[in-house]
Write a protein that binds this ligand. Structure first.
Ligand code: G3P
Length: 220
């Protein structure tokens, strides 16, 4: 399972990129709205792209197919390997089909069921983003939606890559990996939480203390 960072915060993306384990970034209008409103969106996206050097999903905000396609073309002028993130609405599916026919990668977002993911895959989506956390928020098992999608992918061999999105904690990440999601897009905070283990910290402290004792004994 590949790891993306779900963020538009350049400092977090820089820190995550430095870890060497991140293959991409997913953004959305809400993540962008959390950043400094004086920042130019195009320049911020280009900075993110330069920083991560891999997949960057950029979401359209039009709700009609022509508007989405116009936005997609503008984003592709910013950088030609952009992945166009499109909401799962009928107009979005038409846009996905149009872009797929031109070999332009798309990430269909706001998927909450495996059925929606199957429909997006049939429209030609390169990526299908299944949201977990927001399902949990309404007392529905979000991980199950990812499990269902992965099970169907195993049966039918769809080519679209499954992105587990709306991940809120390390257990979500673990369960998505076990389910077989191709990619998990995680907030930087959840990435750090998933790295943390007290035995790693105490083990390193012991190694360093023992090394220091040995050097002292040697008179170094
Ligand atoms: O990329 C979109 C998705 O990950 C949103 O997450 O936490 O706002 O539900 P959240």
């Amino acid at each position: 399972m590949q790891l993306y960072v779900d963020s538009a915060n350049l400092a977090d993306i820089r820190a995550a990129a430095a870890l060497g384990c991140i293959s991409g970034v997913t953004t959305n209008p809400s993540l962008l709205a959390k950043e400094d409103p004086t920042l130019d969106i195009k320049e911020l996206i280009l900075d993110i792209h330069r920083t991560i050097g891999g997949h960057v999903s950029v979401e359209v905000v039009s709700t009609d197919t022509d508007g989405m396609l116009r936005e997609a073309d503008a984003i592709l002028e910013w950088f030609p390997d952009a992945t166009i993130k499109i909401p799962f609405i009928p107009a979005g599916l038409s846009a996905v089909r149009n872009l797929a026919n031109r070999d332009i990668p798309t990430n269909v977002t706001l998927l909450f069921t495996a059925n929606q993911a199957v429909i997006a895959a049939n429209a030609g989506a390169t990526y299908v983003s299944v949201f977990l956390g927001r399902l949990d928020d309404i007392s529905t098992d979000g991980v199950q939606a990812v499990r269902d999608t992965c099970e169907i992918w195993d049966v039918h061999g769809y080519e679209s890559q499954i992105i587990a999105a709306s991940i809120r904690n390390p257990l979500h990440l673990l369960e998505c990996a076990k389910a077989g999601a191709h990619i998990a897009t995680v907030p930087y905070k959840v990435l750090l939480q998933s790295m943390k283990h007290p035995l790693t910290d105490s083990g390193l402290k012991s190694f360093l203390d023992d090394h220091a004792k040995m050097m002292t004994a040697k008179g170094a």
